[in-house]
Ligand binder design. Structure first.
Ligand code: NAD
Ligand code: TDX
Length: 332
């Protein structure tokens, strides 16, 4: 099995999961700012390379039966600051993988996101057949990449499926994303920058549950089909609730929570109808309370993983993203 983007957050958990299932795993990863060789077991076959480079894909995929593509630029806020790399990796990279399928005949699972459906503020849950209506440069690039999949299945008969996962959290998540940023800032006594009114709703999925859904689609998903992977209504929480829970679990002072200028184009709510994947036998096993507690414990016990990350490039990004916002923030 080739796992592209396997050195990142979800991909590295997926690699370990496949190894537990007895699969031989090969990783192709560009090691961008969020890729980390230390996320992976030392014995995994690792290729440093780019999914948008056909020679890198051919080299890594030689002898593989399938590729599961996690490789992407993944942070909405960074796509608002600079979007070019998102187009290249999400669209061109996915196309290179699909072109490889045409000659090799191997299977692809394209890991996409619930964000392709856009804002569901008016209510309801997105079904796989709903129109894609992305709001950010990130989600538009993800939608563009995944739209190639049914087109290549129909035109060239390749064997490829799509997963659309909801907001995922757990150990090893790069600390720019909401939960690991708030947890590590709380553990360091730093401000927690809540965008806007903090009433945005996300459907929180524990990383192992997301990986189990992707593995089932890899083994049993139909070509040309998309599958939603989300925790469901009971795990839809407002950001402010999640932030307060993080303050409790870390024992940090409530005054750290600051209301800052909102993200432009910010989606209010995501929600997935997951009945299609549940019909294949998948359901999430870790509830939000347990998953968040395990995640906070992991960050508390693994400072050696995240402290080096939160220096250098991260500090520059943090200053650009939050410097002005925090200087004009209000108590939340
Ligand atoms: P991440 O940023 O931690 O990992 C991305 C990985 O891709 C990194 O290891 C990076 O080095 C690698 N990469 C980037 N560009 C590459 C390229 N051109 N070639 C090869 N490797 C490249 O992200 P993540 O949170 O683990 O997300 C993984 C996938 O899951 C992404 O496709 C993302 O869109 C999707 N997803 C994430 C979430 C979430 O909440 N984190 C939810 C739904 C879907
Ligand atoms: O500092 C912050 N303050 C804040 O209020 C950050 C980083 C986020 N937020 C809010 C914005 C969102 O409403 O928290 C929510 C979650 O934000 P992110 O962690 O940036 O995730 P989101 O934008 O929802 O996108 C995520 O889920 C879908 C992943 O980053 C994507 O890769 C995935 O596709």
């Amino acid at each position: 099995m080739l796992v592209s983007g396997g050195a990142g957050f979800i991909g590295s958990h997926f690699v370990k999961r496949l190894q537990r299932s007895g699969d031989d795993v090969v990783v192709l990863d560009k090691l961008t700012y969020s890729g980390n060789r230390a996320n992976l077991p030392a014995d995994v076959e690792f290729h440093h390379g780019d999914i948008a480079e056909p020679a890198d894909v051919a080299r890594a995929a030689a002898g593989c039966d399938a590729v599961v593509n996690f490789a992407a630029e993944t942070h909405v806020d960074r796509s608002i600051l600079a979007a070019e790399d998102f187009g290249r990796t999400e669209f061109r990279g996915t196309q290179v993988l699909l072109e490889h399928l045409r000659t090799s005949g191997i299977r692809l699972v394209q890991v996409s996101t619930d964000e392709v459906y856009g804002d569901l503020e008016a209510g309801g849950s997105a079904k796989e057949t709903d129109a894609l209506n992305p709001s950010s440069p990130y989600s538009a690039a993800k939608a563009a990449g995944e739209l190639l999949v049914p087109a290549y299945v129909r035109t060239f008969g390749v064997n490829a499926s799509i997963t659309r996962g909801s907001n995922t959290y757990g150990p090893n998540q790069y600390p720019e994303k909401f939960i690991p940023l708030f947890v590590t800032n709380a553990l360091d006594g730093q401000s927690l920058p809540l965008y806007g009114d903090g009433r945005q709703v996300r459907d929180w999925l524990y990383v192992e549950d997301h990986c189990a859904g992707i593995e089932l689609v890899l083994r049993e998903g139909a070509a040309g089909e998309a599958y939603n992977v989300g925790a469901g209504h009971e795990e839809e929480h407002e950001n402010i609730e999640v932030a307060q829970r993080i303050l409790e679990l870390t024992g940090a002072d409530a005054s750290l929570l600051r209301r800052v200028a909102d993200r432009p184009g910010h989606d209010r709510r995501y929600s997935l109808d997951t009945s299609k994947l549940r019909a294949l036998g998948w359901s999430p096993e870790t509830g939000f309370d347990d998953g968040l507690r395990a995640t906070v414990d992991w960050y508390r016990d693994n400072r050696a993983w995240w402290e080096p990350i939160k220096s250098g490039e991260f500090r520059e990004y943090y200053e650009r993203q939050y410097g002005e916002r925090l200087s004009t923030s209000l108590p939340a």
